[in-house]
Design a protein around this ligand. Structure first.
Ligand code: FES
Length: 106
């Protein structure tokens, strides 16, 4: 059995790192701490939560290729709503505060 491990996620240019465990999605951790971050479906379909993985490792649960293409994934993009951390991570918004979709913390 794989044990739950605790890491930190840091939003580049954002508040202090957030502690989360390896079973929690990054978006959920951001919402829990009221960090402004774009999202909509929360299910890997819309691509609104797409962001840059700047440092660290994540694993992605299933998602739609229309939300994140293989090329985008190769370029280091991830979906925060589908990503669970395997290490401490730093993520970056693609276009800070320009998306009109829902935001965690709004
Ligand atoms: S919020 Fe829709 S793909 Fe993450």
């Amino acid at each position: 059995m794989v044990s739950k491990r605790v890491f930190q996620v840091k939003l580049f240019g954002g508040p202090a790192p957030i502690v989360l465990d390896s079973k929690e999605f990054i978006l959920v951790a951001l919402m829990r701490r009221n960090v402004k971050f774009p999202y909509a479906c929360q299910n890997g379909v819309c691509g609104t939560c797409k962001c840059q993985l700047i440092a660290g490792e994540v694993v992605l649960n299933s998602y739609s290729e229309s939300a994140l293409t293989a090329y985008e994934y190769e370029q280091g993009l991830i979906l925060a709503c589908r990503a669970r951390v395997l290490s401490d991570v730093i993520i970056g918004k693609l276009e800070p505060d320009s998306d009109p979709a829902h935001r965690a913390g709004d």
